[in-house]
Design a protein around this ligand. Structure first.
Ligand SMILES: [Mg+2]
Length: 443
């Protein structure tokens, strides 16, 4: 725990849904649910308007529909989420070189490492200083994202900063003055401590512990007996707000990964294997160029219903060999049920070492300069998923409002227009096509 409140946690509010409301003016102020719309789909994010009807993340979409039938149910547009995330992370990086992204919409920022000449509001990091800075930063988030809000917590540790950012969501700022951390935590449920999931919470309940205050009454020895050594120490410290974990810059730099998202759900196993093989080649090339190798190979698979699966396997020594990475990636895929379709595939290598173990695997390979391109075929039948971006030859840009029985209905509007008109077309109308943002590859 630091002497000053210099750890900032920022969390964008209802991120996916907020991006959809920004880009679809007719949905502003209305319930929006982003997630899988198919039979096994789950809710990824619900707008605050939908939350009023009891819709929550990770609920099945079926349940969400029964609670809020008039909500707009949309599949995700990851290109838009990634682009918006980059705007926010870029803003945070301009504040401090020490930022630790936790996901697309969440990051820690170490204010003690910030350039205070460039950010005079930070002053001496007093409570008044960081409060003024947090207010300014939240205004900047609205500016750079074109209207999204963030909630911010500022405290003496990562744990308390993250708890604080959640207290006044959405669009809130909470600064926890140094010395008041334990008073803040005491009345809270013990499950506020990271790692206290349902199983741990149940064990604590059995010994009469529900709140952090009750947790404080257990000695370290008692907690170790109850939960094991590592968890016992952890809970004993965090219940007292003792958290010295540093903000670690650029977590993603600890791994090298490549991923692709696809317009249509992939179902062909052979195609998926070829894509993974190609991605493994790209990862290996990047590792070699940086003189790195790694022990853990991970694949990331997002299913059509929005579930994201990560599977990994660890080698006894590091590799930078494309063939090895590809073989392990394909083996990991073989254990997954992808029959419902896949919309994202990725390969990564982590556990990096700055040295290369040349030949332990007995798989020496030629340096491949040219990796084979893998063509992703378009479905013969075009699929129009709700929410996706489209462009019509005469009407311009819009998004799919719904489709079925050979008809697709489009609302023509973007973030820069007022709420726009709705038109219906035949599903195979040649004047209508999916819209993708220009990528550097298109140059
Ligand atoms: Mg968030």
């Amino acid at each position: 725990m630091r002497a000053v409140a210099s750890v900032l946690h920022l969390d964008l509010d209802a991120f996916f849904a907020a991006v959809e409301q920004r880009d679809k003016p007719s949905l502003r102020g209305k319930p929006v649910v982003v997630g899988g719309v198919g039979g096994r789909g789950v809710v990824a994010t619900a707008s605050y308007e939908a939350r009023q009807f009891g819709v929550r993340s990770a609920m099945t979409t079926r349940e969400a529909r029964s609670r809020c039938p008039h909500a707009a149910f949309l599949t995700g547009r990851f290109h838009a989420y990634r682009e918006t995330s980059e705007q926010v992370m870029g803003l945070l990086r301009s504040v401090s070189p020490l930022i630790e992204p936790l996901s697309l919409d969440e990051a820690f920022v170490d204010l003690a490492a910030a350039d205070r000449e460039a950010h005079p509001l930070l002053g001496d990091l007093t409570v008044a200083d960081v409060t003024a800075f947090g207010t300014h930063l939240r205004e900047r988030v609205v500016e750079v994202t074109g209207g999204l809000t963030a909630s911010v917590g500022i405290a003496t540790s990562k744990f308390v900063a993250k708890v604080a950012s959640d207290l006044r969501k959405p669009d809130g700022l909470v600064v926890v003055p140094p010395g008041s951390e334990r008073d803040l935590l005491r009345p809270m449920s013990a499950s506020v401590i990271p790692g206290v999931g349902p199983a741990t919470a149940e064990r604590l309940r059995r010994v009469g512990v529900h709140t952090v205050e009750e947790l404080e009454t257990l000695s370290e020895d008692e907690l170790v007996r109850l939960l094991g050594k590592a968890s016992g120490h952890w809970l004993h410290a965090l219940a007292r707000a003792q958290d010295d974990r540093p903000v670690v810059a650029e977590r993603e730099a600890k791994s090298v990964s490549v991923e692709g998202t696809y317009d249509h759900d992939l179902t062909d196993r052979d195609l998926m294997e070829r894509l993974l093989t190609r991605q493994a080649g790209d990862v290996a090339q990047r590792l070699r160029r940086s003189g790195l190798s790694g022990r853990t190979v991970t694949i990331k698979v997002r299913l059509h219903d929005f579930t994201t699966l990560n599977r990994s396997t660890t080698l006894s020594s590091p590799t930078d060999a494309a063939a090895t990475i590809a073989r392990l990636a394909r083996a990991l895929l073989a254990d997954l049920d992808t029959s419902g379709g896949v919309r994202l595939l990725g390969v990564g290598v982590s556990g990096l070492a700055d040295w290369v173990q040349e030949d332990l695997f007995g798989e020496p390979e030629e340096e491949q300069d040219e990796l084979p391109e893998v063509e992703v075929p378009h479905h013969s039948r075009r699929s129009w998923s709700p929410g996706m971006d489209v462009v019509h030859v005469e009407m311009g840009r819009g998004w799919v409002w719904g489709s079925g029985r050979g008809v697709v209905t489009v609302r023509f509007e973007t973030a820069q227009t007022p709420a726009g008109p709705v038109r219906s077309y035949a599903e195979d109308d040649p004047q209508l096509s999916p819209w993708r943002p220009p990528t550097p590859d298109d140059e």
